[in-house]
Ligand binder design. Structure first.
Ligand SMILES: Cc1cc2nc3c(=O)[nH]c(=O)nc-3n(C[C@H](O)[C@H](O)[C@H](O)COP(=O)(O)O)c2cc1C
Length: 179
């Protein structure tokens, strides 16, 4: 039986890479369920994640077939949780311990029992902002694994740190963390 990967996707221009990671994971025998933030769905549609994961997309804590999705996903289903791409907004929200959306509640309910990987992706200034750097340090101190960002040309036209890790590299980190 393949292991269960809970993939969280946020509103980043690099969201399309989450489709590639979903595809890679399923091809490598993992079961994948995707949680998308409201803004992630402005970049990539639900049909892509559902078609590639073969599972219904999760977007909300309410109105699901499962009446307590955050607890069941975090404590019963997931073997590993990854936020890829993880926006500046979500890093700050997670570092504040907010649980007013499905992924925030999943992270609190998981409480670092299963590996939590964070793959930041954003403009260089956003990445270097003290709130993001302190948020990442805080999450790491609590038990999250912060994946490195690539450096190079960014979608916004600038060059620097903040590129999302490539899907194949993310897969390597997942395999290492889950083994
Ligand atoms: C075209 C475009 C690209 C964006 N790319 C990023 C990004 O790569 N990283 C990021 O942190 N925010 C990015 N943003 C801003 C986020 O979408 C915004 O902060 C949003 O509220 C994030 O919400 P979420 O974390 O709930 O998904 C982008 C916005 C736009 C309009």
């Amino acid at each position: 039986m393949g292991k269960n990967i809970l993939l969280h996707v946020t509103g980043s221009i690099s969201c399309y890479k989450a489709c590639a990671l979903t595809s890679l994971l399923t091809k490598n025998g993992y079961n994948v369920r995707v949680i998308a933030s409201e803004d992630a769905l402005k970049f990539v549609g639900a049909a892509s994640f559902e078609g590639l994961s073969h599972n219904k997309l999760e977007t909300s804590m309410f109105g699901n077939d499962d009446p307590i999705p955050h607890i069941h996903l975090a404590q019963n289903w997931a073997d590993l949780i990854i936020s890829y791409p993880c926006s500046a907004n979500t890093i700050n929200r997670l570092a504040a311990g907010l649980a007013d959306d499905l992924f925030g509640a999943v992270c609190l309910a998981n409480n670092f029992q299963k590996p939590l990987l964070i793959a930041p992706a954003m403009n260089t200034n956003m990445f270097r902002h003290p709130s993001v750097q302190e948020g990442l340090k805080k999450l790491e101190g609590w038990g999250a694994k912060i994946l490195p960002c690539g450096e190079g040309e960014l979608a916004c036209g600038t060059t620097g740190v903040g590129r999302l890790l490539e899907p194949a590299e993310a897969l390597e980190y997942i395999e290492k963390a889950i083994s």
